[in-house]
Design a protein around this ligand. Structure first.
Ligand code: SF4
Ligand code: SF4
Length: 134
């Protein structure tokens, strides 16, 4: 889906193409069809096309807001206790093969709890008085 969108009023007059200061608009004629084209990497979002279009066909708000495009979707590893998403399966495989260790999938909170449970329950605590006595 393009960031540059027109509504059904566009009649292909090409005024936008001819007046774009950044040459971000173009068109292609093929098999008796004309296609309006837009290049986001060139577009300065200046709004000139929107101002000049005689048909009020350009829906400029999409150019200003943009959108998030999905790039890749990977399997997730989740905390085995609470299910919080941690990292991708592929990332885990890479880390495990590099570190040559198999770490348990735990979120920071549950990793901390697990570490705490492995310490002895009562450890002597050394205190020092204000006067510096030991
Ligand atoms: S100026 Fe408007 S009507 Fe003409 S081609 Fe561009 S978007 Fe379509
Ligand atoms: S916003 Fe400006 S730079 Fe982008 S296509 Fe329209 S006229 Fe060209």
């Amino acid at each position: 889906m393009s960031y540059f969108r027109v509504n059904e009023n566009c009649n292909g007059c090409l005024s936008c193409v001819e007046n774009c200061p950044a040459s971000a608009l173009s068109y292609g004629d093929r098999d008796n069809r004309r296609t309006l084209q837009h290049n986001m990497t060139k577009c300065a979002r200046c709004g000139q096309c929107w101002r000049i279009c005689p048909q009020e066909a350009i829906e400029f708000q999409h150019l200003l807001v943009g959108q998030w495009d999905d790039v890749v979707t990977l399997d997730l590893v989740r905390c085995r206790v609470c299910g919080e998403p941690l990292y991708s399966m592929l990332y885990q495989q890479k880390v495990v093969s590099k570190a040559n260790t198999n770490t348990e999938p735990l979120c920071p909170q549950h990793r901390q709890r697990q570490a705490a449970s492995m310490w002895p329950l009562s450890r002597p605590v050394r205190t020092r008085s204000k006067s510096g006595d030991k």
